[in-house]
Design a protein around this ligand. Structure first.
Ligand code: ADP
Ligand code: ZN
Length: 307
């Protein structure tokens, strides 16, 4: 029997990745577009998808994994819209409405990190786990939480990248978040690292103390995850950590030092390398996340969007 095909759009801060396929081993087409202002970006995406649908292999559902903040409350009048964001012109853009008007298939919409988390659960390093966290460290810092097998979304999706944490001793750099200064995103995102160092992140040597500060902030974030939702595994990816794999070991050390022996868990001792690890899908977690959202929407199409 032919595989059911899905289309996915991962909308990131710098690029949007459109994917046609059914699973990691079955990606039939992919197109990367730069993220510009909303009208141009969405129009470019809307040109790619119909071309795929016109072929014999039409897609059965569409997944959209978009940067946040995003209103995911289906009862809300602003469901599917981006919230207030410093990203120029993107505040309040109606992402769900744009796609729903153009594509008569079930649409699975969520944040990019929740999508990536679901892809890791379906195909990656969180397979068979019911409770886990996916952290991305890139243009921003985002956390997708899955609890009891479902994305954790209360009155809003969690925004743990913006949590304030204890600072490394002697470090009083004010941070780069426009809202909070030295929240985790303000200390560890790519733009924060580049603002602090004055150079592209890829040019910073591994022994620079900046990486200690980054690992400290992410270790604090992991501490908060462990003592709050106690995930079965924490996966950390995104453009910064995937390109600087030495960070993972430093983050583990920072987590262990911060917990200071509290919680007598095997995962936090000999199992720490596996407990806090890179995503199994690597940098494909994001684009495959959009496919995972499409697959979920196909399996259980949501109720009408707006009351
Ligand atoms: P997005 O968050 O937009 O989806 P990415 O996850 O790819 O994008 O992350 C982009 C960030 O990764 C940029 O802010 C950049 O500073 C950072 N980055 C890119 N290359 C490197 C590198 N070699 N080392 C550290 N950081 C990097
Ligand atoms: Zn912040």
């Amino acid at each position: 029997m032919a595989e059911t095909l899905f289309a996915g759009v991962e909308m990131g801060g710098t690029k949007c990745i459109c994917t046609l396929g059914s699973a990691p081993h079955d990606v039939r087409a992919q197109q990367v577009l730069p993220t510009r202002e909303p009208a141009t970006t969405l129009a470019a995406i809307a040109q790619v998808l119909p071309g795929w649908n016109a072929r014999a292999a039409a897609f059965a559902a569409l997944g959209v994994a978009c940067f946040g903040p995003l209103d995911l409350d289906r009862r809300s009048r602003t469901y599917g819209r981006i919230g207030s964001t410093p990203k120029a012109h993107w505040s309040h853009v109606d992402i769900h409405g744009f796609f729903a008007e153009r594509f008569a298939v079930p649409i699975g919409l969520s944040t990019d990190v929740i999508g990536a988390a679901l892809a890791e659960g379906r195909w990656g390093a969180a397979r068979a786990l019911a409770d886990y966290a996916y952290v991305t460290v890139g243009t921003g810092v985002g956390v997708g939480l899955v609890a009891a097998g479902r994305p954790l979304i209360g009155c809003h999706h969690p925004e743990l990248g913006h949590v304030r944490v204890a600072r490394a001793r002697g470090d009083d750099w004010p941070g780069h978040c426009v809202f909070h200064g030295d929240c985790v995103e303000g200390l560890a995102s790519g733009p924060a690292i580049e603002a602090r160092s004055g150079m592209p992140a890829r040019s910073i040597p591994q022994d620079s103390p900046i990486w200690d500060a980054v690992a400290h902030a992410l270790g604090q974030l992991a501490h908060i995850l462990v003592v709050s939702v106690a995930p079965q595994r924490i996966l950390i990816g995104g453009g910064v950590v995937s390109a600087q794999p030495h960070l993972l070991g430093r983050i583990r050390q920072s987590l262990a030092a911060s917990l200071n022996g509290y919680l007598d868990l095997e995962q936090l001792r000999s199992g720490l390398d596996r407990y806090l690890d890179a995503p199994g899908l690597g940098t494909r977690a994001g684009p495959l996340g959009a496919l995972a959202l499409a697959a979920d929407a196909h399996a259980a199409p949501g109720p009408p969007q707006r009351a």
